[in-house]
Design a protein around this ligand. Structure first.
Ligand SMILES: NC(=O)c1ccc[n+]([C@@H]2O[C@H](COP(=O)([O-])OP(=O)(O)OC[C@H]3O[C@@H](n4cnc5c(N)ncnc54)[C@H](OP(=O)(O)O)[C@@H]3O)[C@@H](O)[C@H]2O)c1
Length: 340
């Protein structure tokens, strides 16, 4: 840990609210905060005693608690949930990949705005939003795209999501991407309009791979990868070549966005490196030579996008956490399957 250890933007050992604490990424954000000595209140939609047991056994009985927040529509419930909280990490989002934009996009925007509104009514010092790479772009194979402005937004998915006659077989992806685009953009607008006393940052992660912390955590993107070991090829039909990020690197960037006093009003691009499905297949084969891994698609192409702001995120991991750089694809895959 660097000298930043002594000058966090929220008081040391104070309590942080993490939404979607039982999710794949949310649980890693909780874990990283507990490792640094913070206390965490995690929101869950239904009671999850196993989650309390898991973190309390690992870090101590007083360190972790849950609060039931069935959705984020009730601002008064959110204000009460934020009592005694110094920072918020809003991770939860609609992950249904529904093709109906009306079911997904307005709620994601409203939920985020309600959390910002509730945080502004409590002495919260920082709010971090889990956005997505898809709030900036959905890459097309073999298309060179250079993202050098942090103020880049995924207008293409916003259009595709709302077009009545869109026949794109990736409509569910576009609706999800549009929800992340609009959710994050409206959050920045809310900040501009309401000028709260807290600092706001966002993190834009690409495809997350890595350890799933508990058997009751389904694992989201990592579950699709893990299923390849059982011969399930679904991953290969639902995503194309893109960038990945190790889930711990991603969680650590959330922590940096919450704690680093120099990171203010920033979008952090959590993009480690581009990969192809054949990289996943060959690395899994190397790690588990006897597994029958499905064949990756032929001629899948490359993600040629150049994500310039990812260098800033890498430097933050190096300075704040003393990492050499991003965790590699092989390390992330090894962490994912180590218990299998
Ligand atoms: N995985 C990736 O590769 C990736 C990449 C970029 C961005 N992200 C973002 O990372 C965040 C976490 O995703 P994840 O991959 O960790 O997915 P996940 O494991 O499915 O976690 C999603 C969390 O959100 C909660 N949630 C979903 N719908 C909700 C609703 N209507 N009301 C309240 N809570 C709700 C879930 O609760 P339940 O368990 O009760 O459903 C769960 O705790 C999301 O914001 C996602 O957009 C993920």
């Amino acid at each position: 840990m660097s000298e930043n250890d002594e000058i966090y933007a929220v008081p040391r050992r104070s309590k942080i609210l993490v939404t979607g604490a039982n999710g794949f990424i949310g649980s890693h954000v909780v874990n990283c905060l507990l490792e640094l000595g913070f206390a965490v209140r995690g929101t869950v939609r239904q009671p999850k005693p196993w989650l309390n047991d898991f973190f309390q056994k690992k870090f101590g009985p007083e360190t972790f608690e849950t609060v039931i927040v069935p959705n984020f529509d009730d601002v008064n419930l959110l204000i009460r949930s934020l009592e005694g909280i110094s920072g918020v990490v809003h991770v939860a989002s609609d992950m249904t990949f529904s093709t109906d934009p009306n079911l997904v996009i307005p709620w994601v925007v409203r939920a985020t705005q309600n959390i910002l509104e509730a945080a502004s009514q409590q002495p919260v010092k920082r709010v971090v939003l889990t956005s997505s790479s898809t709030a900036a772009l959905v890459p097309e194979a073999n298309l060179e795209i250079r993202v050098d402005e942090i103020d880049t937004w995924n207008e293409a998915s916003l259009r595709a999501a709302w077009q009545q006659d869109t026949t794109d077989d990736r409509l569910g992806l576009h609706v999800y991407a549009a929800s992340k685009t609009e959710g994050e953009r409206q959050a920045w607008k809310w900040i501009q309009t309401n000028k709260p006393s807290f600092v706001f940052n966002s993190v834009l992660p690409n495809f997350n791979i890595g350890k799933i912390l508990h058997p009751n955590i389904k694992g989201s993107s990592s579950d699709w990868v893990r299923n390849l070991l059982a011969g399930d090829p679904m991953l290969f039909s639902i995503i194309g070549p893109q960038w990945f990020v190790d889930v711990v690197d991603n969680a650590r960037l959330h922590v940096i966005a919450l704690l680093d006093p120099n990171v203010k009003s920033q979008r952090l691009f959590a993009f480690a490196a581009p990969f192809q499905m054949k990289d996943i297949a060959s690395t899994l084969k190397k790690l588990r030579p006897h597994a029958a891994i499905p064949s990756p698609p032929v001629g899948e192409g490359l993600d040629l996008s150049d994500i310039v702001p990812s260098k800033t995120a890498q430097e933050l991991l190096q300075v704040f956490y003393g990492q050499r750089g991003w965790t590699s694809l092989e390390e992330s895959l090894a962490a994912l399957i180590e218990d299998l």
